[in-house]
Design a protein around this ligand. Structure first.
Ligand SMILES: Nc1ncnc2c1ncn2[C@@H]1O[C@H](COP(=O)(O)OP(=O)(O)O)[C@@H](O)[C@H]1O
Ligand SMILES: [Mg+2]
Length: 217
């Protein structure tokens, strides 16, 4: 059983996209449910857009009553993925971090996104006495390998005092298309293969390796 909170302090970093696809990838390993903790309900909307009979994880909207909802769902599912609102000060983010085994923080190659994330390590450390098992990991997201900003990212994120996933996620138009169609990249055939492979690599990195070199926060 695992609870993964996808968190951050800014909109547009890719939290919801990662939540949906991570859950779709985890569904191949066990039962999974997405908890939409963002009052904007993008994840919930995505599931309404898709075919209701599609083999996609269910999305439970729970911006309010989050703790009770997650506590109930974790007894019946192998994995719970919580998609959080774009603020570390939001009560939903705080609740999710109290409950989670893993916090994933997608980060775009942009100075403003870096600045917005600078307090996150402190917030996580403050919660550590209440949730000592929490492992936080920055996931570089919407990377464009040939751009200067993307190249400079590894050096810049080192200053955030949080471990960084070896797997980074590239900016790929298939992600947007899949959201529009209410699918995950795993349902997008060959067009989604590269994006799905990245998600699978991230899942393996989080769940299959107990890497002593990765100094998890
Ligand atoms: N890896 C990616 N490649 C291309 N577009 C992406 C990727 N991740 C997210 N997006 C797009 O960026 C926008 C913001 O993503 P979203 O997941 O809604 O972020 P958040 O939940 O952090 O606000 C959306 O239009 C989404 O489709
Ligand atoms: Mg979102």
């Amino acid at each position: 059983m695992s609870i993964v909170a996808v968190v951050g302090n800014k909109g547009g970093t890719g939290k919801t996209t990662l939540s949906l696809n991570l859950a779709a990838g985890l569904a191949r390993r066990g039962s999974v449910v997405i908890v939409d903790a963002d009052p904007q309900q993008s994840a919930y909307q995505w599931r309404l857009t898709g075919d209701e009979n599609a083999a996609l994880p269910a999305v439970v909207a729970a911006a309010f009553g989050l703790e009770k909802t997650v506590q109930a769902l974790r007894d019946v599912h192998d994995h719970v993925v919580i998609d959080c609102p774009p603020s570390i000060k939001a009560p939903q983010t705080e609740h999710a971090l109290r409950l989670a085994d893993h916090a994933l923080i997608p980060l775009q190659p942009s100075p403003m996104d870096l600045w917005a994330t600078s307090h996150l390590a402190r917030v996580i450390e403050k919660l550590r006495p209440e949730n000592p098992r929490l492992r936080a990991l920055i996931v570089m997201s919407q990377m464009e390998p040939r751009t200067t900003l993307s190249r400079l990212m590894p050096e810049a994120v080192a200053e955030l005092d949080l471990p960084v996933a070896r797997t980074s996620l590239q900016r790929r138009s298939i992600h947007r298309l899949c959201v529009l169609e209410g699918r995950s990249v795993f349902q997008a055939g060959r067009r989604g293969a590269a994006a799905a492979a990245e998600i699978n690599d991230l899942i393996a990195e989080i769940f299959d390796h107990d890497d002593p070199d990765q100094n998890h926060a």
